[in-house]
Design a protein around this ligand. Structure first.
Ligand code: ATP
Ligand code: MG
Length: 312
């Protein structure tokens, strides 16, 4: 009876795996506390709207990966696919807003209906860090410093590079969006079905496509850096300066857009050569529009999440 097997994409963590796993969490807790972050724990399920409205109707997570279900009273709920939306929800509904700037960290399970493979599971685990209420680039730099410290203390920083990009503010993104729509409209017939939908809803999402046909078109696509206004350029310049001052090895990666809709300005991933195609161990960015999008007061934020399995 196959019912005695674990569900596809889930696994039991035991023995050396369990020891590595809890080592990662312990090291992280120690560093995050030393950096003045406070631990938060949010529920593993939320109303579906918390994710649907924030991650973007055309993101892979919302279109294909969410575990959503109606509970016994007919409420639509979703097992969390990521931390940020739930933490932003907690910040609003739990009265955390009155604390001013909050530096929060968390760790726990996430759920995404993906094709399971090495380094990609349907239940996986994340470390998370968020700074809510700070608009200045110093907050982005602080989070990058925290991430780098973690990778150094785990002894895996040698094989890892930071890929850094700016998605600009909303004005810059609007200009870039127009340029992308022009470009991809000329190649509409070659786009995948998913990307043809994205073309009019969220063309930046095409840059994150994993479809080989889409990817072949990316080389000649317009670049965001040509559309950043002065404010966005200054912001990105300040982040790069901070990262250089911390001696974190990085490359400006113009192709980096990140999979979720709510990012602005800074976007980053720490990528290792040691894990093959599932090499992104940690990713994040700035989400200044998110809390307003959720119906809260306009509040800046920046954060990242790391896959514990990949770190381990
Ligand atoms: P990918 O491009 O690999 O799908 P993502 O952009 O969907 O990554 P994020 O949403 O940024 O990933 O999640 C942050 C981190 O969580 C990733 O960098 C990775 O380490 C980890 N992660 C994401 N999805 C999975 C998964 N299905 N299984 C294991 N780890 C994962
Ligand atoms: Mg993904």
């Amino acid at each position: 009876m196959s019912k005695l097997q674990p569900v596809r994409g889930t696994r039991d963590i035991f023995g050396p795996d369990a020891r590595r796993f809890s080592h990662v969490v312990k090291v992280y807790q120690k560093i995050a506390l030393a950096y003045g972050f406070e631990e938060i724990s949010t529920p593993i399920f939320e109303f579906t709207d918390v994710f649907k409205r924030t991650l973007g109707e055309t993101s892979d997570v919302v279109t294909k990966e969410m575990y959503s279900f109606a509970d016994r009273s007919g409420e639509m709920l979703t097992l969390r696919p990521e931390y940020t939306a739930g933490i932003a929800r907690a910040w609003m509904s739990g009265g955390l807003a009155q604390h001013g700037v909050m530096k929060l960290f968390a760790h726990g399970p996430m759920f995404r209906y993906e094709r399971p493979q090495k380094g990609r599971y349907r239940q996986f685990h994340q470390l998370d860090a968020e700074i809510i209420g700070a608009a200045e680039p110093a907050a982005d730099i602080e989070l990058l410093a925290l991430a780098w410290q973690l990778l150094c203390d785990l002894g895996i920083s040698d094989e890892i590079t930071l890929h850094l990009n700016s998605l600009g503010d909303s004005e810059s993104r609007a200009a870039y969006r127009t340029a992308l729509v022009d470009y991809f409209s000329d190649h509409e017939a070659k786009l995948s079905d998913d990307s043809r939908t994205r073309l009019h809803k969220n063309p930046m999402r095409i840059l994150d496509s994993k479809d080989p046909g889409d990817r072949a078109l990316l080389g000649d696509a317009p670049r965001i850096s040509d559309y950043l206004n002065d404010l966005s350029k200054d912001f990105f310049g300040a982040v790069c300066e901070g990262v250089a001052a911390l001696d974190i090895p990085y490359t400006h990666d113009e192709r980096l857009v990140r999979g979720l809709d709510y990012y602005s300005h800074t976007a980053f991933e720490f990528i290792t050569q040691a894990l093959g195609s599932q090499g992104t161990v940690l990713g994040g960015g700035r989400y200044d529009g998110l809390i307003e999008l959720m119906g809260g007061p306009s509040t800046p934020g920046v954060g990242w999440a790391a896959g514990i399995e990949r770190l381990a």
